[in-house]
Design a protein around this ligand. Sequence first.
Ligand SMILES: CC/C=C\C/C=C\C/C=C\C/C=C\C=C\C(=O)SCCNC(=O)CCNC(=O)[C@H](O)C(C)(C)COP(=O)(O)OP(=O)(O)OC[C@H]1O[C@@H](n2cnc3c(N)ncnc32)[C@H](O)[C@@H]1OP(=O)(O)O
Ligand SMILES: NC(=O)C1=CN([C@@H]2O[C@H](COP(=O)(O)OP(=O)(O)OC[C@H]3O[C@@H](n4cnc5c(N)ncnc54)[C@H](OP(=O)(O)O)[C@@H]3O)[C@@H](O)[C@H]2O)C=CC1
Length: 336
Amino acid sequence: MPDTRKRSSIWLQFKDFFFVLVLSLSQFRLHGSTGLRSGSQANFFPPLEDAMLPSGSFNNRMALITGGGTGLGRAMTATLSQLGAQCIIASRKLDVLQRTAEEISSQTGNKVHAVQCDVRDPQAVSQCVDQIEALTGLPDVIINNAAGNFVCPSERLSPNAWKTITDIVLNGTAFVTLELGKRLIQNQKGASFLAITTIYAESGSGFVVPSASAKAGVEALYKSLAAEWGRYGHRFNIIQPGPIRTKGAFSRLDPTGAFEKAMIDRIPTGRLGTPAEIANLAAYVSSNYASWMSGAVIRFDGGEYVSLAGEFNELRSVTPDQWKLLEAMIRKTKGS
Ligand SMILES: CC/C=C\C/C=C\C/C=C\C/C=C\C=C\C(=O)SCCNC(=O)CCNC(=O)[C@H](O)C(C)(C)COP(=O)(O)OP(=O)(O)OC[C@H]1O[C@@H](n2cnc3c(N)ncnc32)[C@H](O)[C@@H]1OP(=O)(O)O
Ligand SMILES: NC(=O)C1=CN([C@@H]2O[C@H](COP(=O)(O)OP(=O)(O)OC[C@H]3O[C@@H](n4cnc5c(N)ncnc54)[C@H](OP(=O)(O)O)[C@@H]3O)[C@@H](O)[C@H]2O)C=CC1
């Protein structure tokens, strides 16, 4: 490599390193000043990792989990499988799916099938459902969990970046739901549909605008179908998770790790969620214990959403001594 290029490449690496350092230091400064040390309250809210429902709750039931090879989808598959379900996991990477399927099957003794499918392609979805019908018959439980996302200022998004995320999240969920829904209706078979969205589907969020728009669309789709397809025996529910560490999410949304502490600080329960916790909730919502639940939007975020929303919540950092002063000032005020 010529000297000038070598020097500019070293300079670029140094600039990257410096950027990460500044981000980390600014987080340190931000949190050094808060009254309550972040995370200490997490001791009150220990995550339970065991399957919550009685064993056998999903015996003789078939469950399809899109994006079931990794992260939260994998955890949901493990829990449903442990509870007796025969699972089918579907996404693009067959090798990842097969590895997960084998690992979970060998732990639970229940078969997990791996089916390759890009949910953006309606023909591929139709062929995937053909394959599922041949393997297990139509599923009783459908979890639309597959997603794509990355942080990016909106002015930097290309049309294809927008299309990629909205195709996976909104169109993918619609293609899977409509293909299965139509076949279930034809076969007069009931089912539970669950969509995994996110807390900012409700509020919107800068820097993840395609994801926010598509997840909001998914919520509209599921609430609408809850009203329309109850007559066919179909339930539709939504879980909005807050932050739960997975490689897929965190590597694309907080690639330097600089924002994690700020995120934990604003969560009233003082910690991230765990994959096993959301798997228990998803299992409950998809089970017959929740057969009266339809059209529900369940926020599962340790309190992060309300913490971000409340105008005065920053007052958590005011110390008891500072409160004495503030109270005295307020009490001294007479009239308006
Ligand atoms: C303050 C916040 C702090 C911390 C946050 C930390 C934790 C999380 C907290 C909450 C999470 C809340 C919600 C989470 C929602 C999620 O969905 S997380 C799940 C994330 N998982 C995935 O994304 C897995 C699948 N993803 C992928 O496969 C890829 O990332 C993909 C880009 C989505 C799709 O891959 P594909 O190969 O199909 O696409 P490409 O050809 O690579 O790209 C298509 C076009 O997009 C453009 N692109 C790609 N990456 C970027 C980027 N980083 N920035 C800008 N543009 C990008 C790419 O260039 C293509 O466009 P073109 O060049 O015009 O053709
Ligand atoms: N982790 C978190 O903090 C949060 C996650 N969520 C949601 O939870 C769900 C799971 O995310 P998480 O486990 O964290 O992340 P992952 O990246 O691990 O999961 C995303 C899954 O989607 C699959 N997928 C992506 N594109 C496609 C496609 N075109 N066709 C089929 N499958 C596809 C991926 O498999 P493959 O690459 O093989 O296709 C992967 O298994 C998502 O809906 C996400 O939006 C919501 C809020 C917070």
